[in-house]
Design a protein around this ligand. Structure first.
Ligand SMILES: Nc1ncnc2c1ncn2[C@@H]1O[C@H](COP(=O)(O)OP(=O)(O)OP(=O)(O)O)[C@@H](O)[C@H]1O
Ligand SMILES: [Mg+2]
Length: 244
């Protein structure tokens, strides 16, 4: 049997008492799977990812990451395994310059300075932003910030990556490069996106969320062609299948 990396059972969550944001979620991810998470605005995609990285611990049900129960005690160990890209880059980047931000995690893990340097250069090269290395974060465009956010997680060589709307701010060439990077990353990936073609290009499996529930979990190939299910849940066919 393959190893289960993410094990979620009957997850429920609300930010405040009156409004349940996630309900009855069962979700299991095994060896090197790449899973797309789609759904209309407000469906609960970002909340779900935030819970899986331990940003909201006040949930009901059970979450295990690589066999470890997600709780306050184990959180530091769990966080080391996950590279998480926020939907909003301004929540992600907090140092003054690009190179400081990309160096932060490896430096924080106490790696020697030459290894930190090697990882920073490699991560910047991978997302093709070596030229931005010395720039101040506040001088970057939205798409550049997204690319720096990606570099900050690649430099920590995580075991799994969770990306919240990674392609939203990217131009077509950077979007294509990101697809290539992700397809070369042979570990667990969870990716939310409204860009269904991006999900199709990077994930064999997709889950559809609506009002905090998982209402489809199966092959990406099937859901992307299921126009009625997509329409019922506030989505549309991927652009690549739409007639002009
Ligand atoms: N910090 C918060 N406090 C209270 N409610 C919140 C908070 N963050 C999100 N919500 C609510 O939780 C619900 C789910 O939000 P979430 O951000 O998870 O949706 P999403 O599927 O990621 O949407 P989008 O496609 O717009 O990014 C929404 O109704 C939202 O208003
Ligand atoms: Mg979101």
């Amino acid at each position: 049997m393959s190893h289960i990396h993410i094990d979620v059972n009957d997850l429920t969550f609300s930010y405040n008492k009156n409004n349940q944001v996630l309900s009855g979620i069962d979700f299991h991810v095994s060896e090197d799977e790449s899973v797309g998470i789609i759904g209309a605005n407000g469906a609960g995609k970002s909340t779900f990812l935030k819970i899986l990285v331990g940003l909201e611990l006040n949930f009901g049900g059970e979450v295990r990451i690589e066999e470890m129960p997600l709780n306050k005690q184990l959180l530091p160990k769990i966080r080391e395994k996950i590279g998480y890209v926020f939907q909003d880059s301004d929540s992600q980047l907090f140092m003054t310059t690009v190179e400081e931000d990309v160096a932060f995690a490896p430096r924080n893990y106490g790696l020697p300075e030459d290894e930190v340097e090697r990882r920073v250069s490699a991560a910047l090269e991978q997302v093709r932003i070596s030229h931005l290395r010395k720039k101040s974060i506040y001088q970057l465009s939205g798409g550049e910030k997204k690319l720096v956010s990606l570099a900050t997680i690649l430099s920590m060589t995580p075991d799994m990556i969770f990306l919240d709307e990674p392609s939203a701010a990217l131009d077509p060439r950077n979007r294509r490069n990101l697809i290539k990077i992700l397809n070369g990353f042979e570990h667990v990936k969870l990716i939310t996106s409204h860009d269904l073609d991006f999900i199709w290009d990077t994930c064999k499996r997709t889950v559809l969320m609506a009002e905090g529930r998982l209402i489809y979990d199966g092959p990406t190939d099937d859901i992307m062609r299921n126009e009625s299910l997509l329409l019922e849940n506030g989505l549309e066919l991927p652009l690549s299948l739409q007639q002009r």
